[in-house]
Design a protein around this ligand. Sequence first.
Ligand SMILES: [Zn+2]
Ligand SMILES: [Zn+2]
Length: 371
Amino acid sequence: MSRLLSFTDHLQRSATGKHWRDDDSDDGSDERQSRWTRYFPLCILLVLMVAPHPSLLLVLVNHYLRTLHEPITFLVHLCVSYTLTFLSFASLIICVVRDPGPVCLENPAQDDGQISARDEIGLREALMGPPDEPDDGEITPLKWCRKCWAPKPERTHHCSLCGRCVLKMDHHCPWLGGKCVGHRTYPSFFHFITCITLFSAHVAYLAGTAFWWSFNNPASIFDEVTPLHELFLLCAGVIFGLVVGSFMIYHIYLISTNQTTLESLSPFLLLRFIPPLPSSLRLSDPPMEHELSYTQRRLVRNAHRAVKLYDLGWQENWAQVFGWRKSGGWVPRVLYGGASPGDGRNFPRNPRAQDMLQKLANALEIADKEA
Ligand SMILES: [Zn+2]
Ligand SMILES: [Zn+2]
């Protein structure tokens, strides 16, 4: 009955055009407090981004301008440093202010209170689903979010921290003001970590060469404080370059194989896509993770390493994120990462994936009978 009441509420919201996120206003002070708390890591991130600049300016002026008298080198390092800083802030602002991927009602027919054919499937599945089934809101075999009580397009996940669904959700990032990275912000997110990595590498290079020169020419240094700043910049550049750079390399791998972080780290998401299993098995259809035996779990993990559901080749995969096939549009891509093409709801599948999923289903069936 509660399910039916919620469903009625869903239809009322659809008819009035009220958005799911309006629920935020009901929470009053608790919500405001959590809102302030979630911006704390972002403040730390901003401090970390600004902190090296006094030392950077001091090293550039004292070492490259006043000691070496190389204005061209000084200007090149200055331009590269502040261009990368500007680009980092540009993509960070986009990540923080842009909605990562709203599952809004885009179908005009729905705005009139009608349900589209595609959503009818979700409604039927939701109403016929087991009412007491445990649901953590993160992974569900149904194309329906029982937290938002709204359709859940492919690759969409419900973020329990944000309290909403996000299209092609990659991960929840506390450093971005407690927001998710999703379909609409992933290019900016990748742009941001790339710029931070390049900035760190550049700072490490210029500070390293300056420190090495000071180490070999102690009698010619401008003052005794500058080498300390050079050492600080060198350490900070190396540490941040390695940390953020490894993160960037991981996302290059994810983009090249067309995976999100969630899909890469959650092998059991594959269970949502395997062909129907015989009803004689102990498993649900589709199977739930907690129903699997050790052998079946191992089979799923092995399949997850082999099956990349959306992998269409690296060129097509990168085009899905950055839209390389679009004519023009390079300016926003360079400035803040641009935006992914498409609506974030439909994604072409790897043509080989279905065969591999069928093999996985067969292997699960055999393992279930042997258990
Ligand atoms: Zn949801
Ligand atoms: Zn989130």
